[in-house]
Every structure is written in C-alpha cells, then in structure tokens.
Design a protein around this ligand. Structure first.
Ligand SMILES: *[C@@H]1O[C@H](CO)[C@@H](O)[C@H](O)[C@H]1NC(C)=O
Ligand SMILES: *[C@@H]1O[C@H](CO)[C@@H](O)[C@H](O)[C@H]1NC(C)=O
Ligand SMILES: *[C@@H]1O[C@H](CO)[C@@H](O)[C@H](O)[C@H]1NC(C)=O
Ligand SMILES: *[C@@H]1O[C@H](CO)[C@@H](O)[C@H](O)[C@H]1NC(C)=O
Ligand SMILES: *[C@@H]1O[C@H](CO)[C@@H](O)[C@H](O)[C@H]1NC(C)=O
Ligand SMILES: *[C@@H]1O[C@H](CO)[C@@H](O)[C@H](O)[C@H]1NC(C)=O
Ligand SMILES: *[C@@H]1O[C@H](CO)[C@@H](O)[C@H](O)[C@H]1NC(C)=O
Length: 352
C-alpha cells in the first residue's frame, strides 16, 4: 500500500517507473540500445526512503551470439546510511555509500555475454534526497565456435589481438580439450599487465563454471576445472596466451613462458631447487618466425637441460642439448620449449 501511494506520487511529479523495482523488458535488449535505470535520460534520479531493489543487468548468450553491455553507474547517495552493492561479473561485491564514489564521476563496468551483474540500491527510513542512475548500453556479440586444443608436438599459443576487426571492442575465444587446460600468459620484455576489462571463464559462454578477471590469474599458471577456457577482451592490443593440457603441465614442478621481440633479448634463469624439481619454459615468437638463444651461462657442475621443438611433451623432438651448446643459437622456428631436468643456468631469447 505504501509503495503504491509512493508510486502514484512519483508518477505525478514525473518520476520514473523503474523505481517500483521491475526488471526492464527483454525488448529493450538489442544492438545499439541504451537503457536508463531508474529511467528518463540517464541523469541521477531521487530514490525514496525505505527503498531496496536489486537491478539485474541481463546479457543473454547462446552458442552463436549474445549481448554485452557497458554499465555506467552514478552514485549520488546523500544519506549516511544509504548504500549500493555492485555485484561484479567476477563475483566480487563492492559496497558504495555516501563516502565512496561521489564526485569521482561515473564508474563504468564491462559486462560480457552470459555474465551476472547487478546493483542493489538501499535507502533507510529517512529521506535524504539520495540519487543514482545506471546507464546500460547494449551491443551484439558474435560467439565463435570453440577451438580444439592441438595435441602432441604442436604448441597451443594464441594472441587475442589477432581477433580485432577494428570495429568491435569485444572479442572472445573458447578453447576446448579432452581434459583440463592449463593457461599461461608469457612474460614480455615490455610487459604492461593492465588489462582490467579482460576476463577468463572456466568453461564456455553457455556453461560458465567460474568467471575471473584476467589480472587475478595472469601472474601464475591457471588451470581450469572444466574442459574449456574462454578468454574475453574489451581492449585492443597484443595479449598473448599459451595453453597446455593438464596431464602435460602436471609433469613439471614449474612451467612459464616467454614472448620474444626483435633486438632486445629477454633474460631468464632456471634452477633445480631440489632433486626432482623439473621445469620448462615455453618460448614463442608471436610476430614472425625465428628465435635466437644467446648468453647461455651454466652455473652448475653438471647440466641436464635441453631444447625441444614444441611444448614440453614427449612427442616433441629434442633439438639442442644445452650442456654442450654454443651460443648464440638460431632456431628457424616459431616456438620451442626449454626443459630443465637438473641444471642451474641462464640465457636470453629474442626474435631473429
Ligand atoms: C534481480 O535478481 C534478484 C535475484 O534473482 C531478485 O531477487 C530481484 O528481484 C531481481 N530484480 C528485479 C528488479 O527483478
Ligand atoms: C550493431 O550496431 C553497430 C552500430 O550501429 C553496427 O556497426 C553493427 O554492425 C551491429 N551489429 C550487428 C550484429 O547487427
Ligand atoms: C542465438 O540467439 C540468436 C538471437 O537471439 C538467434 O538468432 C539464434 O538463432 C540463436 N542461436 C542458437 C543456436 O540458439
Ligand atoms: C554525505 O552525507 C552527509 C549527510 O547527509 C552530507 O553532509 C555530506 O555532504 C555527504 N557527502 C557528500 C560527499 O556528499
Ligand atoms: C603429450 O601430449 C598428449 C596430447 O596432448 C598428451 O595426452 C600426453 O599426456 C602428453 N605427454 C606428455 C609426456 O606430456
Ligand atoms: C655430476 O655428475 C657426476 C657423474 O654422473 C657425478 O658423479 C657427480 O656427483 C655430479 N655432481 C653433482 C654436483 O651433481
Ligand atoms: C609419452 O609419455 C606418456 C605419459 O608419460 C607415455 O604414456 C608415453 O608412452 C610416452 N611416449 C613416448 C613416445 O615416449
């Protein structure tokens, strides 16, 4: 009853319908659509006292297409006890009140197809003229069929930058496998790890086991619990990945990866920290063909370490024994792996 009266009053002063806490209709979800919550032109609207609503942003997806959205939140809460809870696409929750978000301008969120994103708006019993608005811009997203991971001696490397069509900000790729997948982001000589709006889904778009922000998993090897990994980027530029099948990666104590550039050599060192500590480094030249290894320095008395032609898999060929190698050594290859069985050494790699 109270709400109904409020509703009429609001209507009579020209306020918006969405303040009665209804989900906007699916008919508003189409390419190029802008949805204003709680209504009007996107300007922050006054929230009545005793208000509590969870606004859900709907981003449908199926196996061939979906929608993504940019959500812009304006927080003009004035009541000290009024607050909002943003439930972000990676499952994190952010509480905002009168002391946060204000005068800092609108906050923008990228919401990928099939994601869960909501904003709860709560006011207490005293009307404080708190205001907020959500502006949702919708765009259609093409979902490509999944790519099967290669097996054996073929390296699974991928640059998200190659998906750019110069038009859409959204790009995605899904890799599937017959077992769990390990994902590594190779180190670069000039690495700037600042892709905030990049995501990794453990699973596919239509079967999302768990979504992560890339920055939360990019510093280590990430292993899926499902047999699929989906990567989403809302940014331009080079964004390299390497995938291994779990049975391959788990034979190593450590695996990491390097992405080479011309001229400047990227240095790395490997060390057998204890007997049985076995590690591998996957090296990829994403831009061209040819890799030069140089500055090899062996610091242990004995050295069992070698270069293999593909991923650290026994179907890859041993192409260089590092205990007897002379430097620099040119490989007419796009990628290889350095496997350290028992050695303490360092070297550098660059694109040739
Ligand atoms: C949003 O979803 C939550 C949880 O499913 C539900 O309780 C709430 O009513 C929904 N909000 C709207 C406006 O429909
Ligand atoms: C979505 O709209 C944009 C801008 O109007 C257009 O360039 C694009 O082709 C549209 N996409 C689809 C799938 O219709
Ligand atoms: C996916 O959704 C689009 C848009 O709603 C529809 O045109 C298409 O037929 C759907 N595809 C599948 C495989 O369901
Ligand atoms: C927060 O609320 C208090 C009390 O209503 C108000 O005096 C103050 O100006 C508000 N802060 C901001 C940044 O608006
Ligand atoms: C080699 O690769 C195959 C196929 O990816 C995988 O099944 C196998 O476990 C790998 N073997 C080793 C020793 O890594
Ligand atoms: C090096 O290898 C030789 C011969 O296999 C062995 O006798 C010796 O103990 C090894 N030295 C070290 C430091 O592991
Ligand atoms: C490769 O390794 C797998 C798993 O360890 C093993 O089953 C297979 O026999 C090995 N293949 C070769 C050619 O060594």
């Amino acid at each position: 009853m109270g709400l109904k009266i409020l509703f009429l009053v609001l209507l009579s002063v020209g306020e918006s319908l969405a303040l009665d806490c209804l989900q906007y209709p699916d008919s508003l979800i189409y390419n190029g659509s802008t949805v204003y919550i709680p209504g009007f032109d996107g300007a922050p609207q006054t929230i009545p006292a005793n208000f509590n609503c969870i606004y859900n942003i709907s981003v449908p997806v199926n196996s061939t297409s979906g929608m993504y959205a940019y959500v812009v939140l304006q927080n003009q809460l004035k009541g000290l006890n009024d607050y909002m809870i943003v439930s972000d696409v990676d499952g994190r929750k952010y509480t905002m009140n009168n002391r946060t978000g204000m005068n800092k301008g609108p906050i923008e969120y990228a919401v990928f197809p099939g994601a869960t994103f909501s904003v709860q708006v709560v006011t207490k019993s005293v009307f404080m003229d708190s205001r907020f608005s959500l502006t949702v811009r919708y765009y259609s997203a093409k979902i490509s069929p999944p790519t099967q991971l290669k097996t054996g001696a073929e390296m699974n490397y991928f640059d998200m930058g190659t998906l750019r069509d110069g038009q859409h900000l959204f790009s995605s790729v899904t890799f599937v496998n017959n077992e769990q997948i390990s994902m590594i982001m190779p180190k670069q000589i000039d690495y700037v790890p600042t892709c905030w709006d990049c995501f990794v889904i453990d699973g596919t778009f239509t079967n999302q086991t768990m979504p992560y922000r890339l920055k939360d998993v990019d510093y280590k090897m990430f292993t899926s619990s499902s047999f699929a990994i989906t990567i989403i980027s809302f940014q331009n530029g080079f964004l390299p990945f390497i995938f291994n099948t779990l049975s391959e990666s788990k034979q190593y104590t450590a695996i990491w990866a390097l992405s080479t550039k011309p001229i400047i050599s990227i240095p790395t060192s490997l060390r057998t920290f204890y007997p049985g500590f076995i590690e591998a480094v996957e090296v990829v030249n994403y831009q061209s063909n040819g890799i030069v290894m140089q500055d090899l320095q062996i610091n242990s008395q004995n050295c069992t370490a070698y270069v293999v032609s593909g991923p650290p898999n026994n179907s890859s060929q041993v192409i260089l024994d590092l205990s007897t190698a002379t430097m620099p050594h040119s490989f007419d290859l796009k990628y290889f792996s350095v496997v350290n069985q028992d050695c303490d050494f360092s070297f550098g790699v660059r694109s040739s």
